[in-house]
Each structure stands twice: as structure tokens, then as C-alpha cells.
Design a protein around this ligand. Structure first.
Ligand SMILES: *[C@@H]1O[C@H](CO)[C@@H](O)[C@H](O)[C@H]1NC(C)=O
Ligand SMILES: *[C@@H]1O[C@H](CO)[C@@H](O)[C@H](O)[C@H]1NC(C)=O
Length: 402
């Protein structure tokens, strides 16, 4: 079947030279799709239009990575940091954990993992096939840059710790659906686990939620991960869009839509994420919620992070492309400023770090940073049942942010 299609494309090339670019691009897209989408054991159609493929755990794309040729998949972590990761004793009645939309139509069988199927359009929306699933610009939230940074258009409002060795981080993140003005802009809320130097070889592990039409073709709020070992230059990608992250969980799909979402002055929903380093194997593990161990980034992917992280950040990021000469109206968090507080502004709560004794502890000296506080801002606080927490976000364009 495939041969016939190939032959047909060749004939087109010979007969109509101007079709060359088109058909060779088509072939490349086909090749990429074949690489990305392993044959599934079962497929589930999600109400949001996504197709979730249940792929055998040992057939996942991660294992194509040259460093992982003979990798033996670890089906559970050797170690879990001490403490009660998400043991909030008092979950307020109107603050609920979330589920995944695709669960309405089925679950993946044992021995498989759910993979959001990459469509032709997902690839065509990227600026190039090489760029698919990667970050375009190098932009990290940098609280105290060594020299002034050029304006990348990326704006952040974050809390952070630095200056120690960190072996993990966790947070409970309020989930919203911020409005995103332009198709190439995005709005996300995440944590960053960082080591190395910002301009060269930064190693980064990232996880949270995002709204990005460029990545997913819609305005849904989606669970995501990201990793890089060279400050976004050549390595790494979102979710399972390249080899690297090894998933073992069969319930949660990276890149899937989160539902339900928080509403202003009404029901509030959150996700919880814990990332920690296995002290024995060195792998960085990720857990979603209180009982979904997602999988791990093998130690061999990283340089600096193969030892420990030197900085942890939590917060929001948007792209401001000023396409109409004014600040974007793309929202961060709920689209409301921190001052408005619970039910109105978005929050991160129970933020903790994993210390040198592999214990989950409250961070000391939590710093804050916002690039343009009249557009998006951040306020840290602490309270007995919410631990260390902060409100963050904003509406973007407003009279003080023209
Ligand atoms: C996403 O949101 C933008 C801006 O609010 C809107 O113009 C667009 O139609 C939406 N796209 C989809 C696919 O819902
Ligand atoms: C929020 O909800 C309460 C009770 O439902 C209502 O009295 C109040 O006016 C609302 N506030 C805003 C700003 O919408």
C-alpha cells in the first residue's frame, strides 16, 4: 500500500516540477507521523476531537533515543520523597481535583500507555518539521539576569528559589482557561526545574498546564511537560513529541485536555504535580495528582541535572507579540490580578522542594519576579493549610499596560 503511494508521488514530481516542494513535504510529514505514532493496541476518541492511542509500554517513542537503545524500563520508582505529597487535610469544598476528558470514552488496557495521536495538522502548524514539538525562542524566566535581556516577547510572573541543591519540587496549581489573543501566542502555568547556564547549556524539566493553538489547534487547557538539555536549542520537546520521557502510567495522557476548569467567583479546580530525583538511578520522576506516577526522564538525557537542580521556579508565562502595536490581551492564570484572591485570581499552593536529604520541605527565601507587573503580577503568602502559596496572573492589556 505504502509503495503505491510513494510511486504516485514520484510521478507527480516528474510530471509537474512545481509540485515537488509540496509532495516532498507531504512525504516528510508522513514519515514524521509514522515515527511519532506507534501502532496502537486500542484507540479512544476523546470528546474534544483528540485521538488517544493506547501504545504498548515497550513500543513507546522514548526508546528510539540513541542513549536509550538498551534501556530497561523501570516500572516503578525506587524511591518516593518523604512527606505527604498532596496530603492537604483540608481541601476546601469548592476546590476539586480534575479528570481527563477522554476518560469519558474509555481507558487504556494494562501494559499500554495513552499517547495523544499527532495529526497532520499538528505538524503543519509548526514552522517546520524540525521545529515540531519544540520551543521556538529561548526564553526562561530570569529573575536577576547577568546582563539586560533583549525583549523576547515572553512575559513571566513567578516565585522561585535558588542557591542550593534541589532534588525535586511540587505544587498544586489552580486550573483556568486563559484567553489567548493570537494563534502563535500561548499562556501557561508550570514549574521549572533548572540547572546549568541560562544562555548555553541550561537543563530544564517543566510541567504544568497550557493553552496553545499552535501546539494543539484549539483553546483547550492541557496538561504538558517539557524538557531540554541545551537551553531549547536542539534537544527536548513537549510531552511525548520526541524520544526522551518514558511513560509508565496508563491513565493520564500528556497533552490531553483538562476538565472541568475553574470559573470566576465559582467552582475552583486544580492539578498537583511532583517531580523528584531517584537518588539511586538518578532518573527524574513525575507524579500527577496523589496516585499517578507518570514516568521518568532518564538520568542519561541530562548533563547538569544528572546531579541536582540549582533553581526551581513556579508561575506563569505568556507571549506578547504586540501584533496590533499594543500589549496583547492574552491572559495569564485566570486573567485577574493576584489582589483579587481566591476564586478570582489563579494560585499555586503547597509549593515545596525536595532537599539534600530527599525530604519534601517548604522552600526558604521564596523570591518573586514579574517582567511587567502592570500586565501580570505575583504575590506570595503562607498559611497553615495552604503552605507556601502565591496568587499570580493578570489580564495583559489594561489602562496601566497599554
Ligand atoms: C480560540 O480563541 C480565539 C481568541 O479568543 C478565537 O478567535 C478562536 O476562534 C478560538 N479558536 C478555537 C479553535 O476555538
Ligand atoms: C461572587 O459571588 C457572590 C455569591 O455567589 C456574589 O454575591 C458576588 O456578587 C460575586 N462577586 C463578583 C465580583 O462577581
Amino acid at each position: 500500500m505504502e509503495k503505491v503511494v510513494l510511486l504516485f508521488l514520484y510521478m507527480l514530481v516528474v510530471v509537474v516540477p512545481s509540485a515537488f516542494a509540496d509532495s516532498s513535504q507531504k512525504l516528510e510529514v508522513q514519515k514524521e507521523l509514522k515515527k511519532l505514532n506507534s501502532p496502537p493496541v486500542r484507540s479512544i476518541k476523546s470528546p474534544d476531537g483528540d485521538i488517544i492511542d493506547c501504545v504498548h509500554v515497550s513500543h513507546q517513542l522514548a526508546l528510539d533515543h540513541p542513549d536509550l537503545k538498551n534501556h530497561k524500563i523501570q516500572m516503578k520508582p525506587n524511591f518516593h520523597p518523604e512527606g505527604h505529597p498532596f496530603g492537604e487535610s483540608k481541601v476546601s469544598s469548592n476546590s476539586k481535583p480534575i479528570t481527563h476528558l477522554w476518560h469519558q470514552n474509555g481507558r487504556c488496557p494494562q501494559g499500554t500507555i495513552p499517547v495523544r495521536r499527532t495529526s497532520k495538522n499538528d505538524i503543519l502548524r509548526a514552522s517546520s518539521i524540525q521545529q515540531f514539538g519544540k520551543k521556538k525562542e529561548r526564553s526562561f524566566p530570569q529573575p536577576k539576569p547577568a546582563k539586560p535581556l533583549p525583549d523576547s516577547g515572553h512575559e513571566h510572573a513567578i516565585a522561585y528559589v535558588e542557591g542550593d541543591k534541589y532534588y525535586g519540587a511540587k505544587a498544586t496549581i489552580n486550573v483556568w482557561k486563559p484567553k489567548v489573543q493570537q494563534s502563535h501566542e500561548f499562556s501557561l502555568s508550570q514549574m521549572w526545574i533548572l540547572a546549568g547556564s541560562f544562555d548555553k547549556d541550561l537543563n530544564s524539566i517543566e510541567a504544568g498546564w497550557q493553552v496553545s493553538r499552535e501546539l494543539y489547534g484549539d483553546n483547550n487547557t492541557r496538561l504538558f511537560t517539557y524538557w531540554t538539555t541545551d537551553a531549547y536549542k536542539a534537544t527536548g520537546c513537549y510531552n511525548l513529541r520526541c524520544s526522551g520521557f518514558i511513560q509508565i502510567n496508563r491513565d493520564i495522557a500528556l497533552g490531553a485536555s483538562i476538565s472541568p476548569l475553574s470559573k470566576y467567583n465559582s467552582s475552583q479546580y486544580y492539578i498537583s504535580i511532583l517531580v523528584w530525583k531517584d537518588p539511586k538511578e538518578g532518573n527524574w520522576w513525575m507524579q500527577f495528582g496523589s496516585d499517578h506516577v507518570m514516568g521518568y526522564w532518564p538520568a542519561s538525557l541530562f548533563s547538569h541535572l544528572s546531579d541536582s537542580a540549582s533553581m526551581i521556579e513556579w508561575g506563569g508565562e505568556v507571549v506578547n507579540s504586540e501584533s496590533d502595536g499594543q500589549h496583547t490581551t492574552t491572559q495569564m492564570g485566570s486573567g485577574h490580578f493576584p489582589e483579587e484572591g481566591f476564586g478570582k485570581a489563579s494560585y499555586f499552593k503547597n509549593i515545596q522542594i525536595v532537599d539534600g536529604n530527599n525530604k519534601l520541605i517548604d522552600p526558604q527565601d521564596l523570591g518573586t519576579h514579574s517582567d511587567k507587573d502592570s500586565c501580570y503580577n505575583v504575590h506570595t503568602r503562607s498559611a497553615s493549610d495552604w503552605g507556601n502559596y502565591f496568587y499570580y496572573g493578570g489580564p495583559g492589556r489594561n489602562p496601566n499596560c497599554p
